[in-house]
Structure formats: structure tokens, C-alpha cells
Design a protein around this ligand. Structure first.
Ligand code: ATP
Ligand code: MG
Length: 352
């Protein structure tokens, strides 16, 4: 197990910069999630850490060891890549044993380790099957077993669950978390799935065009996003444009005045910025909740039932639209065309 340190890591493909001067420390045993839109460099970062792609600049350390110039097999990393297929003609046990045979361990030791890895991912009964005789989730678990059997210093997961259906993904997510905790392996997981990132990782890194946009705990990123990009990437958010007036007041272009408590470091006074607040932090009712700092009145334009919550589109007199997520109140249901008042706290209001 090891701490991973990336220092000014860079990858250029010709003149195109896929990863730009990236510096990041991942603590020993930490579970870090890498998030960002397609093409922002996530896979490239994992490939550089694993040694499958050479960095064009910067250093990679595992603990005190500089591994930047080492080949993949000398780095001792477990990989589960999306579409990193199992060998189709080998049984489950043979697939899992493969990495150990490459390391020329003796038969008895290989047998014991394979058995134990299959127990860890709960596949003991299926050791003799071929990959095509397994479900998608079982195949992913074989891939996980194959990654952990070598007792890696780090585990790199590139969208390991994206091919699975929602229910299975949730189950395997819990399994990966349990496995990662019990083995204490430093893990970096790339995912498109926010829910996956928020539930698995102790810290999230949001990437944008080869650079880090923000690093923090799930609640840091959700409650205090550093930019509109992050706020829109993690969860849903309402935004209104305007500028900061008094130190804790935001004036929108349409003339509303909102109190806020969170502002990203980059926001200067009077520069054009946006005020944001999350749809589920808004209280909607016939009258205002005087205990909360911010209020607007509007008319309900659309209602979408989402299961646990209901989404309301509310049009303001300024014609701006806000999204509200609220539990459906059966006592006094709100209908399209109703006039409502929205209230939310300054604490739930951020400026980016
Ligand atoms: N071998 C290559 N040659 C040239 N450009 C490449 C190469 N590999 C990746 N790129 C480019 O580098 C950028 C980052 O690619 P990367 O695969 O890391 O993205 P990603 O964040 O993993 O995206 P996705 O979410 O779609 O998997 C992309 O613009 C991609 O086109
Ligand atoms: Mg990728």
C-alpha cells in the first residue's frame, strides 16, 4: 500500500495537451474519485499512473519510490478498466491466476491466493466457469479479483461499473467499498456517475480540459463549489447572474437581492458572477418562511414526478426560471399555475 504523489504531471499528444501540469497527493489507503466530462483526461491520468502511457512531463511517486520511468509490471498496480476484457478461453480461476503466473510464484501459493481473492469477491463456486458463462456483474467481480490478487500498491478503476444495470451497479459499488476498506488499498476510481463518486470516495477531483477544477470532500464540492462548472457537474443547481453588492449580498441582473454565505475564492467584488442554490434546499409554499433569508415569488410552470421527490419549474416575474425539488404535499398539493413563494437560507447560497 502506498501514498501516490503526482507532481506537475503532463501528457501531450503532439501539440494537444490532454493533461496539464497536474499535481495531486493521494493518501495511503484513500479512495479518490476522478470526475469530469468526456475527453477531460481521466483515462490518460490512470494510464500514466499505471505505466501504460508515458508521461511527457512531471513525476509519479509511490511512497518514496519514483516510478515515472518504470514499466507497468514493475509498478504493482491492480487495474480494472472498462472493456478490459477477461481472457475468453480461460476459466475464472485461470484469469485470476494470470498475474501471479507472470510473477512466477509457486503453484501452491498461486492456488491459495486465487482461492482467497475469489472468496473476497464472493465467486468461489464459479472458479471453473468460462467468462461467457458469467453475468456482467460476475465478470466485473472476476476483473476485480484479478486486480487485487497481486496485492497491488494501488487499485485503478476506470468506470468499472458503467456497463451494468442500476441495481447491480449499486450492489457492486458497496462491494468495492467494503473490499477497498478491508484491504486498505489506495484507490483511484474514474466514474461518470456522480452518485457513485459521492458514495464511494472520501475525496473527489473534478477535471475540466486536462486540469483540476476542484478537489474536496463530497460535501465541499456540493455545498461550496469553486465554479459554475463544478456546481453543474455535481448535482443540479439554480443560477442567476449578477454581482456581489455588500459583502454578503448578491444583486441579480433582474434586481433580486439574495444573502449568501459561501463564495468561491475566485470571486472578486462587482465582477460579473452567478449566485447558486440547490433545488432541494428551497422551501416552496403559499407564503414565505420568515426564518430563511432569501425569498422570491413565482408561478408554477411544470411539475415532474421523480419518485422520492417532485420537480417543480417556477417562473419568476423576471421570466427567469428556478427548479425546486420538494416532497409532494398531499394535504395541500401544488398545481401548475399556482402562485408560490420560494424561501431558502443564506447558508445554502453560494456565489461562483
Ligand atoms: N493516443 C492518443 N492520441 C491522441 N489523443 C489522445 C490519445 N489518447 C487520448 N487522447 C485525447 O486526450 C484527451 C483525453 O482523453 P481521455 O481518454 O483521457 O479522456 P477521458 O476523460 O477518459 O474521457 P471519457 O470520459 O470519454 O473516457 C481526449 O481529448 C482524447 O481525444
Ligand atoms: Mg476514459
Amino acid at each position: 500500500m502506498a501514498k501516490i504523489a503526482l507532481t506537475n504531471l503532463e501528457k501531450r499528444f503532439g501539440s494537444f495537451v490532454a493533461v496539464e501540469s497536474l499535481s495531486l497527493d493521494i493518501a495511503d489507503g484513500e479512495f479518490l474519485a476522478l470526475l469530469g466530462p468526456s475527453g477531460c483526461g481521466k483515462t490518460t491520468i490512470l494510464r500514466m499512473i499505471s505505466g501504460l502511457t508515458d508521461a511527457t512531463g512531471g513525476r509519479i511517486h509511490f511512497g518514496a519510490r519514483d516510478v515515472t520511468d518504470l514499466p507497468p509490471y514493475a509498478r504493482n498496480i491492480g487495474l480494472v478498466f472498462q472493456g478490459y476484457a477477461l481472457f475468453p478461453h480461460m476459466t475464472v480461476a485461470q484469469n485470476v491466476a494470470f498475474g501471479l503466473e507472470m510473477r512466477a510464484l509457486d503453484r501452491g501459493e498461486i492456488g491459495r491466493r486465487v482461492q482467497s481473492a475469489l472468496e473476497t469477491v464472493q465467486l468461489t463456486g464459479l472458479a471453473g466457469r468460462l467468462p461467457r458463462q458469467l453475468s456482467g456483474g460476475q465478470q466485473q467481480r472476476v476483473a476485480l479479483a484479478r486486480a487485487i490478487v497481486i496485492r497491488p500498491d494501488a487499485l485503478l478503476l476506470d468506470e468499472p461499473l458503467s456497463a451494468l444495470d442500476a441495481k447491480l451497479r449499486q450492489e457492486l459499488r458497496q462491494e468495492i467499498r467494503r473490499l477497498q476498506r478491508s484491504l486498505g488499498i489506495t484507490t483511484i476510481c474514474v466514474t461518470h456517475d456522480q452518485e457513485e463518486a459521492l458514495s464511494l470516495a472520501s475525496r473527489l477531483v473534478v477535471m475540466h480540459q486536462g486540469r483540476i477544477e476542484q478537489i474536496g470532500t463530497p460535501s465541499d464540492l456540493y455545498e461550496s463549489p469553486a465554479s459554475r462548472f463544478v456546481a453543474e457537474f455535481i448535482g443540479k443547481s439554480n443560477f442567476l447572474d449578477g454581482h456581489v453588492g455588500a459583502p454578503d449580498e448578491f444583486v441579480t441582473k433582474s434586481g433580486f437581492l439574495f444573502r449568501f454565505q459561501r463564495r468561491s475564492a475566485a470571486v472578486g467584488s462587482r465582477a460579473p458572477t452567478s449566485v447558486g442554490f440547490r433545488p432541494e434546499k428551497i422551501e416552496m409554499g403559499r407564503g414565505r418562511n420568515a426564518a430563511l433569508a432569501n425569498h422570491v415569488e413565482g408561478k408554477v410552470d411544470a411539475i415532474t414526478y421523480l419518485g422520492a421527490t417532485t420537480e417543480y419549474e417556477v417562473r419568476l416575474p423576471s421570466l427567469e426560471r428556478l427548479t425546486v425539488h420538494a416532497a409532494d404535499s398531499s394535504a395541500d398539493p401544488i398545481a401548475i399555475g399556482d402562485n408560490v413563494t420560494l424561501s431558502w437560507s443564506s447558508e445554502a447560497t453560494f456565489v461562483v
